[in-house]
Design a protein around this ligand. Sequence first.
Ligand code: NAD
Length: 327
Amino acid sequence: MKILITGAAGFIGFHLSKLLLDKGDEIFGVDSVNGYYSTQIKQDRLEILKPYQNFSFAGVNICNRTDVEALFASNSFDLVIHLAAQPGVRYSLDAPHKYAESNLIGFMNILEATRQQQIKKLIFASSSSVYGNRTDGAFSESCNTDHPESLYAATKKANEVMAYSYAQQFGIQTIGLRFFSVYGPWGRPDMAYFNFTKKILKGEPIPVFNQGEMVRDFTYVDDITAGVNQLIENIDHLDNYKIYNLGNHQPVKIMDFIKSLETAIGRKAKIDYLPMQAGDVVFTCADISAAQKDFGYSPRIGIQEGLNQFSRWYKHYFLEYNVKSSN
Ligand code: NAD
């Protein structure tokens, strides 16, 4: 299969590309390698992918319609996996237009190019944030998602309904994946666990919001990529339009998460308790029964094991190789 992966220099895009390259698929990666966080880490991820014979890469900004159309016209992709986006809940309060550009215009360009080139299948990243602020048990795909707390979440919800219309009108199979707090080696420096690690190692206090009264369904990145791989292998038997949660189904209290991180790093954290942040939610938990039933999704990595892996990579990357900035 020749697969286009947008956001290939990103955290999940890098891991997914690597898994599929190891499997023997032909991967065409695209990324603008923007400066939302360290471009060094994005370049270093690409350096790992570039030696693969079955990997090609183009620096394309998906907001540029002409470039996206040219990319699709000069390749025949069997499947599009669209991960490129402006992520981050909190940053959407400061830079809303970046979300409108990459997540709405960029998404539109990918949808339309997929239609024009008659590509039959599109998998795209949505987010657990579409569920908004709810605490009434595991989030099922059938829950109402009309009340996102942030513009980031609103753009992800918009992607889901845009994809629905393309599935209905043009028969493109569109599958949206709601990822739940993905973490692991080569992770995103803007995410809390990454910042916690940096500060704990420096002996600085870590900011803990809502006085530590937060619960998150953290999902190890290898579980996510294994899930996407299982989805690809079973995609011919799935509905023409579908949304799936990909989470761990093991929500963790943030203070327990910090204890596990302390164990992984081998140092105690100093804690700076702060109020709840705008746009954030207090609880996430994925009901993963649909993905389990339809393509055998089965997350395996518990939080301590996952954080041990992350900490090992972090120390190796930042301390032994002395990479200067992490964001
Ligand atoms: P990431 O920021 O590491 O990767 C996204 C990549 O997309 C980056 O390398 C960035 O340079 C690229 N990109 C952004 N705008 C672009 C544009 N206009 N043109 C081309 N490339 C562009 O993020 P990630 O954590 O790997 O997330 C991948 C996807 O999963 C995103 O759609 C994100 O919203 C979604 N998601 C992630 C999480 C998580 O916990 N990591 C949770 C829910 C959803």
